[in-house]
Design a protein around this ligand. Structure first.
Ligand SMILES: C[S@@+](CC[C@H](N)C(=O)[O-])C[C@H]1O[C@@H](n2cnc3c(N)ncnc32)[C@H](O)[C@@H]1O
Length: 283
């Protein structure tokens, strides 16, 4: 299985600036590519990942960096449990890792035949097969439409409810239009892991907890998560109040430069194709 190549890491490091002695929350540990780079630059790291498969990499970094590295095997919405004084900056590298997609038995990929699971955290929650079974036809159609932009979502939801696929290949073979295969898998994955709810909840906590001078940097991979991050950051950085009245409230945050991968990065990492890095700083 190919190890995950971190996306936009150099841009994230440049945006954060000098992190020597700072404490960074890495909300998406993955293969630890970002965390390792931050530790090597002299920062302390508090990391989250809800996948138990990341634990061997966590143990290795713990051995090397001791109490400079703290890890929570929990969803990153749990950042709300931290105190404002616990950290300086927060980083998200959203979505799934190459290890997750390439691990056949996780059920994320239509390239391998496996149980239709798709949970990032296999200790809890409904699998994609359970979700298809438990949602009503209408709810399932909404998931397919909202998270996969599937045009014939109602018709397809009806087929899914009738056939109740329990493996990746059974699901794949029910999708008539090959262009819909990846979007259907994406839609179910987003719903299984409540990915949009997680981002919204974590960003709300970051807004309230970040210290003055602290930065929040997000790398996104598709338009849905990017829209949430873009709109949230826009709201944080807008002047509040009625523009017709003399009293305006200065924004607490300023926008940092948005970055997309260079042609060079795309050459060695095709996963970076649709990535955007957006950031804000509390002022
Ligand atoms: C794109 S990978 C991160 C790769 C990492 N930056 C690196 O350099 O190795 C995303 C990781 O975030 C985790 N993840 C995604 N959503 C999460 C959430 N809501 N809570 C905790 N972990 C999450 C996934 O399990 C996956 O391991």
């Amino acid at each position: 299985m190919m190890k995950h190549i971190p996306v936009l890491l150099e841009s994230v490091k440049t945006t954060l600036g000098n992190i020597q002695g700072r404490t960074i929350v890495d909300c998406t540990f993955g293969a630890g590519g970002y965390t390792r780079a931050f530790l090597e630059s002299g920062a302390k790291v508090i990391a989250f990942d809800r996948d138990t498969n990341v634990l061997p990499d966590v143990q290795e970094l713990k051995k090397q960096y001791g109490d400079k590295f703290v890890f929570f095997n929990k969803p990153f919405s749990e950042i709300k449990q931290l105190n404002a004084n616990d950290f300086d900056d927060v980083v998200f590298d959203l979505g799934i890792s190459s290890m997750q997609i390439d691990n056949a038995e996780r059920g994320f990929s239509f390239r391998f035949d496996a149980p239709l699971d798709m949970r990032m955290d296999i200790r809890m929650g409904l699998t994609a097969a359970d979700l298809i079974k438990n949602l009503s036809e209408e709810e399932l159609a909404d998931v397919l439409y909202e998270y996969g932009d599937i045009k014939q979502s109602r018709k397809f939801a009806k087929i899914l409810k009738k056939e109740l696929p329990t493996t990746t290949f059974q699901l794949r073979d029910l999708i008539k239009n090959p262009n819909d295969i990846a979007p259907v898998f994406q839609a179910l994955r987003i719903a299984v892991n409540d990915e949009m709810g997680q981002i919204k909840s974590a960003l709300q906590s970051v807004h309230d907890l970040l210290r003055v001078g602290g930065k929040c940097v997000c790398v996104t991979f598709h338009s849905l998560e990017d829209r949430i991050v873009k709109n949230t950051f826009r709201k944080w950085t807008e002047v509040a109040g009625d523009p017709r009245l003399p009293v305006v409230v200065a924004p607490e945050y300023k926008l940092l430069k948005t970055v997309v991968p260079t042609d060079k990065e795309l050459e060695y990492n095709s996963r970076a194709r649709s990535a955007h890095m957006r950031g804000v700083q509390k002022v």
